[in-house]
Design a protein. Structure first.
Length: 153
């Protein structure tokens, strides 16, 4: 397991390796959340250590990550999050993050927000019941397992 900040730094690293990809706070939030979801479903373990996603207005948000990136506002995140060791040593997690980047990295933050806002997503279920509260991991796992099942079918 890793911190949301370490996972975000991996996405920043992947974006910097390509010329035409920019990252915003919103986009990083959604990429980290999606990676966490696929980790819960596909690897049967959380990607994030002691961090939960919350149903905020524009989709799932991990609070520590939001606090670290809020200085960018809606602008592009241009630097690595300082003081975060490269704590992602698990090769499966690295491959998962890379796969999420390849599958979702071309989307804008707004588009990723729309994906997480679809009906019956974990965000929508929580937002419609109790906005700004924690999204239970079992909802996230079930949702991303359904996506994996559709991919495999």
């Amino acid at each position: 397991m890793s911190s949301s900040l370490a996972v975000a730094n991996k996405f920043i690293e992947l974006a910097q390796q390509e010329d035409d990809h920019s990252l915003t706070n919103m986009k990083l939030q959604k990429l980290v959340y999606i990676a966490h979801g696929f980790s819960l479903a596909g690897m049967d373990e959380p990607l994030l250590t002691n961090e939960e996603a919350y149903a905020w207005q524009f989709g799932p948000v991990i609070r520590d990550l939001y606090q670290s990136l809020r200085k960018y506002g809606r602008g592009e995140v241009t630097d690595f999050i300082p003081g975060v060791p490269d704590s992602i040593e698990d090769e499966d997690q690295k491959q998962l993050i890379k796969a999420i980047w390849e599958g979702y990295g071309h989307h804008s933050g707004f588009a990723l927000s729309q994906i997480t806002h679809r009906p019956d997503t974990p965000w929508s279920k929580v937002w419609n019941q109790e906005p700004y509260s924690e999204i239970p991991r079992n909802l996230i796992r079930t949702h991303y397992q359904e996506i994996l099942d559709r991919i495999e079918a």
